[in-house]
Design a protein around this ligand. Structure first.
Ligand code: DLL
Length: 433
């Protein structure tokens, strides 16, 4: 049995990591200055040159990059290498505005797959595992990233891509898959369907799941773990930085280790841009220090979370990020109150519901309305109006104490909310502001 574990990097001392990051950062900034006129202009506007950047202590001198910059420089304006050296693009599944198109050299692909291989290893994967990759393949990074990682670990890779749920289940059972990679909402759906088909957690050969690409709550994790009889690991990443594997969970399941030899993380105040101290909640910003084709420097992710350097029982020393609460763009402002869909999810699951829900926001007579439509589970399904009303009131109370806001709750029949094979669509905002 072989494990793809790199203790010299993943368990490096803080001093060694700072030295490595500093060296890579200084070289990266110089390369970008020389090759990316768009970012060079930003640096000039801020009055900073590569000579000012000696190490990570100088990071905050550099200008931020945002999604707006990506849009402005689309498609080739942020390339750090000539096209002849680029071998791939991937693109986001975003539905609004211009798509993000990210570029990769072969070096970038190797680096990305290495990150995914670390994630699979941290979830217990070895070359003896059968790893089913049910993230979408194609422009989305989920499938290609974990596919590459699975190869590096030496797993038998089953590239089912997303969709065709009964075929997914057939492969899991027939090939005795031990690791499943997909979005948490799709994992929940697979679990639901397997239960319907009569499989118990003991029948299911899976032992671990690597789930990410969308916000999901601890409660949802426990639910999936129970139905599939597995340990569920979180994985984080974004197209702009390569894809999945920027950070991943280890067996401690207490936050995701950021691959610090490739990415420097900062938390900033999203309003002022000021760097916040360790432990503070804010917007996550990443600098890719050795990516070539798409060298993002101080890229604002809009994801809201916290970082910790507390010692991790797994022995890895890389900084950990908490589960992102969702993107700052996902945050709803309802009657002046900030609401993250993940908070609503927590209340639902704590009250015995599965994560099948939709949040409908509207504005009636100049007042925001919040309607949470929740599916009853088959066990709780009833036509007894009194019982349904009591259930609804309990959820209204639970949401009120979590959000400080009165929501309307509508319980709907099992299976009436559409299931997702990729990222779930949780929010429908009908307000025209
Ligand atoms: O979702 C990459 C990915 C694929 C990650 C497979 C994990 C697994 P994008 O489509 O560019 O890339 O979307 C990136 O998704 O900024 C977060 O808002 C969100 N996101 C990704 N992973 C998580 C996670 C892929 N584990 C955006 N928890 C990011 C919460 C996540 N949100």
């Amino acid at each position: 049995m072989e494990r793809y574990f790199q203790p010299e990097i993943e368990c490096a001392s803080r001093e060694d990591m700072i030295r490595l990051q500093s060296k890579r950062l200084a070289a990266q900034v110089r390369r970008v200055w020389e090759n990316v006129p768009y970012y060079r202009k930003k640096m000039e506007e801020k009055g900073v040159t590569p000579d000012d950047i000696h190490g990570i202590e100088d990071l905050a001198k550099l200008p931020f990059l945002s999604k707006a910059d990506l849009r402005e420089a689309y498609p080739y304006g942020l390339l750090g290498k000539p096209l002849k050296d680029c071998v791939r693009i991937q693109s986001t599944s975003g539905t609004t505005g211009k798509r993000v198109v990210a570029f990769y050299t072969q070096h970038d692909i190797d680096l990305w797959e290495e990150c995914c291989a670390r994630a699979i290893t941290a979830a217990g994967g070895t070359n003896e595992d059968v790893c089913q990759v049910s993230y979408g393949y194609g422009l989305f990074t989920g499938g290609p990233g974990l596919n590459g990682g699975s190869h590096k670990v030496g797993c038998l890779t089953v590239p089912t891509s997303s969709g065709n749920t009964d075929r997914q289940i057939m492969f899991i059972m027939d090939l005795q898959a031990t690791i499943l990679c997909c979005t948490p909402s799709y994992a929940a759906y697979l679990g639901e369907r397997m239960k319907e088909l009569g499989y118990t957690p003991e029948d299911i050969p899976l032992k671990a799941g690597i789930f990410g690409a969308e916000a999901w709550s601890e409660e949802m994790r426990r639910d999936i773990e129970k139905t599939l009889g597995i340990k569920a690991y979180d994985i984080y990443g974004l197209t702009e930085l390569s894809g999945p594997g920027v950070a991943f969970e280890c067996s401690a399941q207490q936050g995701m280790h950021i691959n610090e030899d490739h990415f420097i993380a900062e938390i900033i105040d999203p309003d002022t841009g000021e760097v916040l101290p360790e432990g503070a909640q804010g917007e996550l910003v990443f600098t890719a220090i050795d990516k070539e084709a798409f060298p993002m420097i101080r890229y604002r992710t809009r994801d809201i979370c916290t970082l910790t350097r507390e010692k991790c029982p797994c022995g890895r020393t890389h900084v950990r990020m908490a589960k992102p609460k969702g993107r700052s763009d996902d945050m709803l402002i309802i009657r002046g109150v900030n609401v993250f869909p993940s908070q609503i999810e927590t209340v639902l699951i704590n009250n015995g519901y599965a994560a099948n829900y939709q949040i409908i926001v509207d504005r009636v007579n100049n007042t925001d309305t919040l309607d949470v439509q929740v599916e009853m589970t088959p066990e709780m399904f009833t036509d007894n109006v009194g019982e349904i009303q009591a259930r609804q009131s309990a959820l209204v109370e639970g949401l009120k104490s979590m959000l400080g806001l009165k929501a309307k709750v509508t319980l709907v029949a099992p299976k009436s909310i559409v299931r997702s094979e990729g990222k779930a669509v949780r929010v429908i905002d009908k307000r025209k502001i």
